[in-house]
Design a protein around this ligand. Sequence first.
Ligand SMILES: *Cc1c(COP(=O)(O)O)cnc(C)c1O
Ligand SMILES: [Zn+2]
Length: 427
Amino acid sequence: MSLAIDAATPDAPDCADDGTWLACIACGETFAPFEDVRYTCDECDGLLEVRYADPPTFDDFGAGADSEGPDRGVWRYREGLPFDLGVTLPEGDTPLHRVPRIEESVGVDALRIKHEGMNPTGSFKDRGMTVGVRVAQELGVGALACASTGNTSAALAAYGGRADMPTLVLLPQGKVAAGKVAQASLHGARILEVDGNFDACLDIVQALAARGEAYLLNSLNPFRLEGQKTIGFEIVEEFHADYGTYPDRIVLPVGNAGNTSALYKGFRELVQSGALSVDEVPKLTGVQAEGAAPMVEAIEEGNDEIRRWEEVETRATAIRIGNPVNAPKAIPGIRNTGGTAVAVSDEEITEAQRQLAGEGVGVEPASAASLAGLKKLRREGVVDADETVVCLTTGHLLKDPDAAYEAGGDPEPVPNDVDAVVEHLDG
Ligand SMILES: *Cc1c(COP(=O)(O)O)cnc(C)c1O
Ligand SMILES: [Zn+2]
């Protein structure tokens, strides 16, 4: 079982390039990493994973800083990545906020918020793109493409622009938050609005990529997940520095389940190197919106496969996804770490968004799903009072200004006159 939490470090196959290769998680076939463009297994169409002969220990983190690149952010973890440095803005090194009032009201031993909205384009997608666009350069492809609920397109447009590569993005018409379309547009992507949902956009862009039109940078691309696994590395390093232990649980929103897969992969590599023991790996806990919860359904019913939801709806447009492509990687991640998955209502998401904002942490709706899920699991007694928890908030408040306006209070019009303003305030 290659996705077992205690799987041994694999031996490098002949096709490996400097101790790095691609392996199919379904049939085990291995491939050279940078010779051909490949998203899935040639033999069985299974998902691919980047493998390393020499997974990193904590001592490796930051190695080569200054001479090779920065000591902070994604590229601090170069020893655990396919390259030493990529196209960078730079990304990562996001805050692990303390939220004492929310911690108290949720009733857990410790609660921290890993705010990925503080990345250069305002979401964790930047971590994937800094690695993915570097790989695109290595492969020598001419153009980049993705389907997106918004943030992937914003990140790809920015990193494509930085790398001077043309970028094509496919968005579900009318279902992408304003800030994200604005970013993709101004960073110079060509934007196609598809009369369909995200899953339809992904079907189309996969077909375009298969025809060689562009290099696909959705999270189906295994190199994206390499960048994103550094979220987990930062969490365990920083949490350990503050508390001397690792968090019991990481709660995160689930869309395509790329992050869930990426965090699990990073932790498995730390187990392989001996840096973490199996029982130190945080319980990965996924949260979806009730209107788009195929992963929750699979976990609750004990299925190994997802049933694709054709109709999905939620205010949290970043996770409005009915067919999470990374489910075969993420389901073992949730199960093997002892985690779970839970669905929350849009009202619960909005309430959590307000609560975070009230403590100064501005996030978009999908991000607040993590806190909403934690609160629900705590109420249900699934999460214990003595647990230490990190909630991942994936995108910035300004990504979705309309949702923020709706969740917040209305501005009050007043005359241009001091006395009238005082009267208004007292009234
Ligand atoms: C992409 C995205 C998600 C979903 O992440 P997956 O890795 O696809 O599960 C959640 N929240 C925000 C803000 C996102 O942009
Ligand atoms: Zn295969």
